[in-house]
Design a protein around this ligand. Structure first.
Ligand SMILES: Cc1cc2nc3c(=O)[nH]c(=O)nc-3n(C[C@H](O)[C@H](O)[C@H](O)COP(=O)(O)O)c2cc1C
Length: 208
């Protein structure tokens, strides 16, 4: 599907914390994180930038073995149920969409900003020698009901955090990247947008 990889040898010049980041598909079921680790990860998310400093994010963070972890695991879909529960920590990411559950939009950039907060968390995890695989393979409506998330907030994604385990950790064909030249939007007068080399990712098929 793609021609390049994002692994360190293929990503010259970027910071090692970013270059060594990758998303495992299997986590060590014996590894644990402390509550202090969880707080450091959320602290990193807390200091992410956001439109108007709106900070439109909230998180359900549960370590393996905690009651909330079971409540998250219960609603995982398909293949995610095979690998995500063994991660040391699951985090459910919520975006603040509406003011006081009214029709008034809280921030038009809520999803954008939540993504930045999770990206910060992911880099912090890398600095703590932890890996993160984000996921969307779960029942959003069921999780909203499980945790009392009203219409003003959107259950968006999850992040599984831990240390990679075994060969299965690498069992993912979808880690390549479009070439750098493909990232720049053509700005010339008669320029034509080149066809992406990445193709359609068919995420529904691949990430359930
Ligand atoms: C918003 C989002 C949703 C994702 N959902 C899933 C998922 O449901 N299942 C899964 O196995 N991986 C999921 N991923 C992980 C991506 O497949 C992975 O990040 C991508 O293949 C690139 O690999 P890398 O992170 O190792 O560079 C998701 C990632 C993001 C950012």
């Amino acid at each position: 599907m793609t021609t390049a990889t994002a692994r360190p040898q293929e990503a010259p010049g970027i910071h090692p914390l970013l270059a060594r980041r990758w998303s495992p598909h299997a986590f060590d079921p014996l590894h644990t994180v402390t509550e202090g680790d969880v707080e450091r990860l959320l602290e990193a998310a807390r200091w992410a930038p956001s439109a108007g400093n709106s900070q439109p994010w909230s998180f359900v963070a549960a370590r393996r073995g905690e009651p909330d972890h079971q409540r998250l695991v219960r609603h995982l879909a398909g293949s995610a149920a095979r690998w995500a529960p063994s991660a040391s920590l699951l985090i459910l990411n919520l975006a603040h969409r509406l003011v006081d559950d009214s029709e008034l939009e809280y921030s038009e950039f809520a999803l954008y900003d939540l993504g930045q907060a999770v990206a910060h968390l992911t880099v912090q995890a890398s600095a703590m020698d932890l890996a993160v695989r984000q996921l969307r393979a779960f029942d959003r409506a069921a999780l909203a009901a499980e945790f009392g998330v009203g219409p003003g907030w959107l259950v968006t994604t999850m992040a599984a955090v831990g240390v990679p385990a075994g060969a299965g950790a690498h069992a993912d064909a979808h880690t390549g990247r479009r070439p750098l030249s493909d990232l720049r939007w053509p700005t010339g007068p008669a320029s034509v947008r080149p066809a992406s080399t990445a193709g359609h990712p068919h995420p529904e098929k691949e990430e359930r």
